[in-house]
Each structure stands twice: as C-alpha cells, then as structure tokens.
Design a protein around this ligand. Structure first.
Ligand code: NAD
Length: 260
C-alpha cells in the first residue's frame, strides 16, 4: 500500500466531480481525473490539481457508457499510482421528457452512465481496495435517488438504482474495511443543471427566473442552490477515518427537500 492514497473520480472535468477531485487532492490524495474526451483542457484540469495541492494527478479518458472502459479506468489508476483507495462514482447526464416520449437512446445512456458505470468501476475496484487493506466508495446519487419529479424517468430510475447498489456493496464488504455510501444533493448549480434550464422552460412554458424559483428550487426549502464545495466536503468526510462506521447509507445535501 502506498503512503499516499489514490482516488479516482469519474466525470471530474467539471461541476461536482471537479470539486470533489480538488477537495480530495487538498486532503492529500493522488487523483485520477476522468471524462470521455481527450483534449488538452482535460489534461490541464489534472495538471492544475497537481500544481495546486502538491499531489500527483493524472487524466484518464474513459467513456462511462462503456463497461470495458469503466473497468480500464480503475485498472489504469492502480497501474499509474500503485494502489486504489477511493472511488467516487460521479459521472452523470440528464434528459428531461415525458415518459411516453422519452427517447430510447437517452434512456439507455442515462442508465449506462448514471448507474451501470458504478457497477463496473466498483467491481474492478474491490480487489484493489482489498489489496490496499481497505477503501471507500462514494456514489453521487441525488435527491432524485429518494424521491421523483416528473419528466425525469431515466434519471430518477438510475439514481434510485444507485442507492440500492450502495447498500448492497456496503453489506458485501462490511468486514473488509471498505465502506460504500451515497451523497444525495438537491439542486447544485453546475453545467448539468444549467443545461436543464432551457428544457424546463419549454416543458413548463416559463421564463428563466420563474423556472429556477418555481420549478427547480420549488422543492428546496432554503431556496438556495447547493454549492459544489459543500458536496465535495461531504465526500472528503465519507472518505475519512471518522466515517469508518458510516456504511450503506446516504447523506442528503438538499436544503431540506426530502424532509417534506
Ligand atoms: P456536469 O455536467 O457538470 O459534470 C458531469 C461530468 O461527467 C463531466 O465531467 C462530464 O464530462 C462527465 N461525463 C459525462 N458523460 C460522461 C461519460 N460518458 N463518461 C465519462 N464522463 C462523463 O454535472 P454535475 O452537475 O457536476 O453532476 C455530477 C453528478 O452529480 C451527476 O451524477 C449528477 O447526476 C449528480 N447530481 C447533480 C446535481 C446538480 O444539481 N447538479 C444534483 C444531484 C446530483
């Protein structure tokens, strides 16, 4: 086991994943940054994290809609850094449409990226964590892993599914110093949420401000977006020794949404 811990964060070139990668690096982890493209900008994200925090950081291209690439990402991280201690399954996409009009290819992509990828990366990570003497799996679910909203059938199904995967993995590995938990954010202002605004404006026939206030933050009692830093701090906590007995559960960061 290497002295410094290694963390893989899927979908970490922007939004929540980037904030988690940055926060884990600040906590001393070497980091594998991932997305499905292979641009200079992608590699620059990893270089900036390494520079900011004095850790090693590497960009590995892997498309989370492809099972073999999910597994290769984990293997590549262990090969590069010698171990794997933390896996954060964060990559996710969204599509908003009534269920009877929901495009089949969008359904398949959301289930693959938001749910099945976590199965593949986790399966590949377990033997490596076992070898390292323990580990942490953190799945970025959503308030939509606990409750539904209209027009998001695939997303809600995938996020409910990942809560089930979280519980199952936790039970299977409970005696091996490997924990598995989920984080359930409410609305966080990231590129993914920005991209939903036009669809929501169309679906609800509202202007931007109204859709943000009355639709998106309608269920979030604080009427404020969650920040990426708040989600990242929770992920770092779940990866810490203090969280060793937190297992198979979820942490909601939703301004009170699911208290209703
Ligand atoms: P984002 O669009 O900013 O980031 C998503 C990341 O995933 C990007 O780095 C993107 O490149 C990557 N990605 C997309 N498809 C991929 C693929 N096929 N293979 C590899 N990487 C891929 O989105 P975000 O808002 O930061 O969302 C991150 C996670 O948080 C998602 O799982 C999302 O469902 C969840 N979440 C977001 C919110 C929110 O309000 N933003 C709320 C709850 C949960």
């Amino acid at each position: 086991m290497s002295a410094r811990k290694t963390a893989v964060v899927t979908g970490s070139t922007s939004g929540i994943g980037l904030a988690i990668a940055d926060a884990l690096a600040a906590a001393g982890h070497d980091i594998v940054v991932n997305s499905f493209t292979d641009t200079a900008g992608d590699h620059a994200v990893a270089a900036a994290i390494a520079e900011r925090h004095g850790v090693k950081a590497l960009y590995i291209k892997a498309d989370m809609s492809r099972p073999a690439e999910c597994r290769a990402l984990v293997a590549g991280a262990a090969e590069a850094f010698g171990s794997l201690d933390v896996l954060v399954n964060n990559a996710g996409i969204q599509h908003v449409a009534p269920v009877e009009e929901f495009p089949i290819e969008k359904w398949d992509a959301i289930i693959a990226i938001n749910l099945s990828s976590a199965f593949h990366t986790t399966a590949a990570a377990i033997p490596l964590m076992r070898k390292a003497g323990g580990g942490r799996v953190v799945n970025i679910a959503s308030a939509h892993g606990l409750v539904a909203s209209p027009f998001k059938s695939a997303y809600v199904s995938a996020k409910h599914g990942i809560i089930g995967l979280t519980k199952t993995v936790a039970l299977e590995l409970a005696r091996e110093n490997i924990t598995c938990n989920a984080i359930c954010p409410g609305y966080v202002l990231t590129p993914l949420v920005e991209a939903q605004i036009p669809d929501q404006m169309k679906a609800h026939r509202m202007d931007r401000d109204t859709v943000v206030r009355e639709v998106m933050l309608e269920k979030q009692p604080t009427k404020e977006f969650v920040t990426v830093e708040q989600v990242a701090a929770a992920a770092v906590f779940l990866c810490s020794e203090a969280a060793a007995q937190i297992n198979g559960t979820h942490l909601s960061i939703d301004g009170g949404w699911t208290a209703q």
